[in-house]
Design a protein around this ligand. Structure first.
Ligand SMILES: NC(=O)c1ccc[n+]([C@@H]2O[C@H](COP(=O)([O-])OP(=O)(O)OC[C@H]3O[C@@H](n4cnc5c(N)ncnc54)[C@H](O)[C@@H]3O)[C@@H](O)[C@H]2O)c1
Length: 494
């Protein structure tokens, strides 16, 4: 086992930054350097305005930064000095070429591997922390073997990260498990022990699982696929609830108390977002197709289809409730991050709902407590998910500085992110300032306890997986089954 003095992490993003900050805090005798090609990101990590918002992160960074935690653009130096090198770079879905829209793009991983092989000397444990397809470690190892120098040797490990944005620091400090996969050789086992010794500073050994490299890589994809599948499962039931009069929250509670099922991840909503679920499920689908397992591929593909269906269904419902037209209507969209307690908007359902409504000519007034205006504008005019040019987005979208401003004179409020502050708004004041009839579309089921009161105020309340307001007769007959299945917009490109 190597006595670790220095760790380098390549990639200062949502995984690299928080993970290495916690390692630095838990291992004060180890110097941890997080590096990135993005100089702006590194500058932000060294400032008071961290590049990502994550509860508790600022405190951890401030406790260690400049002591044993460093953020740097000098990748070569950090790689050269490190005993362990984490690769935490992004692995997005490919947007062109073979496997477009499904396979993971490993170009950043490969660039890291080549760079490490070029500048490193001595013995290094290289840890694949990014989420990758099965056998990616083999590719990294091959790049190392093909570029080997006499004074250089490597062991490649898989150590996928299971943190969830919004609770990353809690997850990292008290993980359900740490997974380390490596070669079954003596050298492989020694490298596993070395990495395990880092986590053993604060994680009980019983929670450190060691496996083969391939099992570890596949476990991460499978874990995300299972989580996404639970959301799609309950969302599919929510559609059924809306037409039968059942309430998906009651159904979720009833089935979740069965210990074999469990109650986590059974919250019906406007659909899952985030940088990982869709990407990793698509990656799994692609892998199955490539390995000639079409039935398995189709099974997992359906998880994505239901997610898209849920978003379309919600957008269709907004349009049909608003008398089948939202053209030129002011709609307040509350929440743009893909979930609460993060500023991350990657694959957020808010983007998709916004696009459906923009395609119908709605005037969107968006408020999110943690997402910057530039980010929202960029997400809505980004060419891979929208045909909208930035000029059109500018003419249809305004960013509000508070929720009251967003709702003022609006026809409808659409809640897309479950931020706690949206439960505490002064809805009486909001109702008075809205056009009538005033609608609330609760895409996150966060206003359940307020539904009666909101209705007393005069709101027409629409939510996921439950029929609440008596529809205005014109609207009810106008929602044909066909409308719900045929989206108001062309299918969004993945
Ligand atoms: N975000 C999550 O919640 C989460 C959770 C678990 C696992 N993951 C996985 O972790 C990986 C990283 O995710 P993320 O959300 O941190 O991504 P991110 O985009 O926030 O960060 C990746 C960083 O890597 C940097 N980078 C890319 N190529 C580089 C190179 N060659 N040299 C130096 N820096 C380079 C980028 O500039 C970027 O700052 C992905 O594979 C993701 O699937 C993410």
């Amino acid at each position: 086992m190597v006595h670790v003095k220095r760790i380098c992490c390549i990639g200062a993003g949502y995984v690299g930054g928080p993970t290495c900050s916690v390692i630095a805090q838990m291992c004060p005798e180890i110097v941890v350097t997080v590096v990135d090609v993005n100089k702006e990101r590194i500058r932000a990590w060294n400032s008071d305005q961290l590049p990502i918002f994550e509860p508790g992160l600022q405190e951890v960074v401030e406790a260690c930064r400049g002591v044993n935690l460093f953020f740097s653009s000098d990748i070569d130096k950090a790689v050269r000095e490190a005993d362990i090198i984490f690769i935490s770079v992004n692995t997005p879905t490919k947007t062109f070429g073979l496997g477009k829209g499904r396979a993971a793009d490993l170009k950043y991983i490969e660039a890291c591997a080549r760079h490490i092989a070029e500048v490193a000397t001595g013995y290094k444990v290289v840890v694949e922390k990014s989420t990758v397809p099965v056998r990616a470690a083999e590719s990294i190892q091959r790049i190392f073997s093909a570029n080997t120098k006499s004074n250089l040797s490597f062991q490649v490990l898989s150590n996928p990260e299971f943190l969830a944005e919004g609770t990353a620091i809690v997850d990292l400090k008290n993980p359900d498990r740490v997974l380390i996969g490596g070669d079954e050789t003596v050298e492989g086992q020694r490298a596993i022990e070395t990495l395990s010794s880092i986590y053993e500073h604060w994680v009980p050994k019983s929670r450190i699982i060691t496996t083969s490299t391939w099992s570890s890589e596949l476990s991460k994809l499978a874990a995300n696929a299972f989580l996404a599948q639970r959301i799609s499962s309950i969302n599919s039931i929510s559609a059924l609830c809306e037409v039968t009069g059942a309430d998906v929250e009651e159904v979720a509670h009833a089935i979740g108390t069965d210990q074999r099922i469990g109650n986590r991840f059974l919250k019906a909503s406007v659909g899952f977002g985030g940088s990982c679920f869709q990407k990793d499920v698509l990656n799994l689908v692609y892998l199955c197709e490539a390995l000639n397992l079409p039935e398995v591929a189709r099974y997992w593909q359906q998880v994505i289809e239901i997610n898209e269906y849920q978003r379309r269904r919600f957008a269709s419902r907004i349009i049909s409730c608003l008398f089948n037209t939202v053209t030129d209507k002011k709609i307040a969209l509350l929440g743009f991050a893909f979930k609460k307690d993060t500023g991350d908007t990657r694959e957020s359902s808010s983007i998709h709902i916004s696009k459906y409504l923009m395609d119908e000519g709605a005037q969107l007034h968006i408020y999110d407590p943690k997402v910057k205006k530039e980010q929202i504008m960029q997400d809505l005019s980004h060419s891979s998910t929208s045909m909208d040019d930035p000029e059109r987005v500018l003419s249809l979208v305004s960013i509000a500085s508070d929720p009251y401003e967003a709702c003022d004179n609006a026809h409808a409020i659409v809640i897309c992110t479950e931020w706690d502050i949206f439960k505490e708004l002064d809805y009486e004041k909001i109702y008075k300032a809205m056009l009538k009839p005033a609608f609330i579309f609760d895409g996150r089921r966060i206003l359940d306890s307020l539904h009666d009161w909101l209705q007393q105020l005069g709101f027409q309340v629409e939510t996921i997986g439950k029929k609440i307001s008596q529809r205005i007769p014109f609207t009810a007959s106008a929602i044909s089954k066909q409308d719900l299945q045929a989206p108001p917009l062309k299918k969004i490109k993945i």
